[in-house]
Structures are given as C-alpha cells and as structure tokens.
Design a protein around this ligand. Structure first.
Ligand code: NI
Length: 392
C-alpha cells in the first residue's frame, strides 16, 4: 500500500524552479518553426539521455521519445509536449525575448516542453513507479494539414513505444495560474477548410442572358450555407460554417468566368463534422446545377475533434485535485480552437488538459503572449504525479 505522500507534490519541484525557468527562457529565446525544430530536439534529447532515458530521435521528423521502465509493472503511459514556435514577431519586450527575427513561442510550447522535462528529471531521479513511462516531445503541432502528431503516428509511435493511455496539456490564457481545467468527451473543435470554385460563362454586363453569372451563384450559396447549421444540425450540438472569403470579377461591365468561396467549418462531434461536409457538398452542388454552372469542391479536413476518454479524464481530474486542491480544478468549456493531440486520441484512450496562464494573459498566438513561468512546477509536478499514480 502506497501512502499518498509518496507521490510527487508541488513542493518537491520548488528546488527545480530556477533551473526550469532557465530552460524555459532558453527555449523561448531560440524558437524554431514547425519542421525546423533541430536544435530544440537536440537540447531535449541530450537532457533526457543525461538522465538515463532510452531516447529515440527523429521520430516523425524532429520528434523525440524518451522511455524509462522501472520495476516489473506491465502498464505503460505516454505524456506528450509540443515543441514548435510560430512565425510572429515578438512584442513582449522581455529580456529573454526571441533572438530570431519573425519567430516566437507565442503558444507556450516552450513551457509545455519545459514542464515535461521537469517531470522527466524528477521521475528518473526518484524512480517511484512500476511500469514504463514514454515522454513524447512532438514537433510541428502548428503545421496544419500534415502535422507532427500524424508524422509520429505514421513513423510507428504506437508500435515502437507501446502505451495504454496518453496525456497532454495546453496552457490556457484567461484562467488563473496554477488552476487546471478538464473535460470528458469533446474539448476542442475539428477545423476544416473548403474551397469552392464556381465556373460560369463570362461575358458583357449588358448581355447577362448570354452568360452564366458565377457571382449570382456564389451569393446564392453564401445565403444558403447559413441554413446548414440552423436547419441541419441538432440544436443541442455546436457547429460553425463561416464564409471567410469570396473572390470574383474585376470590372463593373464584365461578368466573370469564375467565382471562389473559402469556408471555415468547425464542430465538436465526428458525426456532426461528417454531416456538415455532406450538407455543404449537396447544397452547393445543387445550387450550381440549378444555375447551369460548374463546381469544384476542395474539402480539406484539418485536425479532428479532441475527444477525451471518460476514465482517463476522471483519473487526471483526481490527480490534479490532489496536487493543486480540488478548488483549483474546474470543468473546461468547449474550445473552438483545434489541436493535433486529437490524432493520438483517435487511436488511444487519454485526456488533454488546460493549465491556467493567468486571467490577464494575452491570448495565444498574440505577439505579446508569454508563458507563465509560475506554472512550470505545476505542470512538471502534474506529469510526475500522474505517472506515479498511473504506474503503481
Ligand atoms: Ni499551442
């Protein structure tokens, strides 16, 4: 029987605070974009090797996976942190600001990486678990279409480093530092992009009867698309269909040949996501057909919905409550942003949490954003305790 105080506590990480802060600020000053995380990966891998981990480099690009088995336990858990930065010019004015023009850690992935490194150091030093921990340092979370999570999965993540469940977290501007937010089921949205090209028949503005006007077709589509969410989606579900761009024509006296619409489509349920695609295709195809216009639809599926499994989320909620106090753990609202951790959750049980980055924190992807260093010990202690509790 293991006593509660045998598991990692916040106070165990106080002695590491200044070292973790140094690591985080080093990473912050040297941001690397998706697919370019060479130095970050090397920095991470060297630290993990020095602590005695079995380290695999180059997993799905610049991904690093560190494995440590202690005792005879058969269970295996994975924890993931993302490593990449964004093409943004930093405006924080802080003394550890980005040294690379036009690139910055504006999403806090420097903090995510540092917290997992903190847990790694602690777990290797204390070795108070029985089983296997897999620390997944993922590249290219911000990549969009083919991201780091997909690349690591394609490179054999699940086969080469078998695990039973996977956990991850993202910092959360708007919630107080040191608070944790969990949610079972859908947490973050799927995000799809659609390009619709309408081909009509161009001609003189004074002879519309000799043309097929793609602008009229496009405008009809824009209006009709407003009915997809309101008339086809269950009102207890949430979805967004936004026409973010409409391009056609150059002159008042010319009916153009083509018109293009760009759509952003978001949802929190895989079935709703499929229904949205079906309805958008049918509606726009039938409108084009009705006008005698041609249509091409490029429906690009982005990141899927982040769906947290119930059991693993409940476990994370309990561990979080033990660590920071139940009053600092709350249920997260649905987040309309997307996250490629969803690809891991399509295959494995697990949970994605949010860690408050301060009520006055600038929003993610802002040039003024900065990760709250106060949280470094919280995240590191969370991953250490969760590992110890999972691998008892
Ligand atoms: Ni992010």
């Amino acid at each position: 029987m293991t006593l509660d105080n045998d598991f990692a506590r916040l106070s165990d990480f106080e002695p590491m605070r200044s070292e973790l802060t140094d690591i985080r600020r080093h990473l912050h000053a040297h941001p690397e974009l998706s697919f370019e995380e060479t130095e970050t990966a090397r920095f991470v891998a060297e630290k993990l090797e020095s602590w005695g981990y079995e380290v695999a480099r180059g997993v799905g690009g610049h991904g690093v996976v560190a494995r440590l088995t202690v005792g005879a336990g058969k269970k295996s858990v994975a924890i993931r942190a993302d490593m990449d930065a964004l093409p943004i010019t930093e405006q924080t004015g802080c003394d550890y600001a980005s040294t690379v023009p036009g690139k910055m850690h504006a999403c806090g992935h420097d903090g995510h990486t540092t917290m997992l490194l903190g847990a790694a150091e602690y777990l290797a030093r204390t070795r108070r678990f029985s089983g296997t921990v897999n620390l997944v340092f993922q590249p290219a979370e911000e990549a969009g279409a083919f991201s780091g999570a997909q690349a690591m999965i394609r490179d054999g993540l699940f086969e080469r480093f078998p695990f039973d469940a996977i956990y991850g977290l993202h910092n959360h501007p708007g919630a107080p530092e040191g608070t944790l937010l969990t949610r079972s089921g859908p947490l973050m949205a799927s995000s799809d992009t659609v390009e619709i090209t309408i081909t009509g028949k161009g001609g003189h503005a004074s002879r519309p009867h000799l043309t097929i006007d793609p602008i009229v077709v496009a405008c009809t589509m824009v209006v009709s698309l407003q009915s997809v969410v309101s008339r086809s989606i269950d009102p207890t579900q949430t979805a967004v269909v936004t026409v973010g761009a409409i391009h056609a024509g150059k002159a008042a006296n010319v009916i153009p040949e083509t018109a293009t619409l760009l759509l952003s489509v978001r949802s929190f349920d895989p079935q709703v996501r499929q229904l949205l695609e079906t309805r958008i295709r049918k509606l726009t195809e039938s409108i084009a057909d009705g006008y005698g216009a041609g249509i091409r639809i490029d429906y690009e599926r982005g990141y899927p919905v982040v769906v947290n499994s119930v059991k693993e989320t409940e476990f994370a909620r309990i561990v979080a409550g033990e660590l920071v106090g139940a009053d600092k753990v709350s249920t997260c609202h649905l987040i309309p942003g997307s996250e490629d951790f969803s690809y891991f959750l399509e295959h494995k049980p697990g949970s994605f949490l949010r860690l408050g980055n301060g009520v006055n924190s600038p929003i993610l992807h802002s040039a003024k954003y900065d990760f709250a260093d106060e949280n470094l010990t919280v995240g590191a202690a969370l991953w250490a305790r969760l590992t110890e509790r999972y691998l008892v």
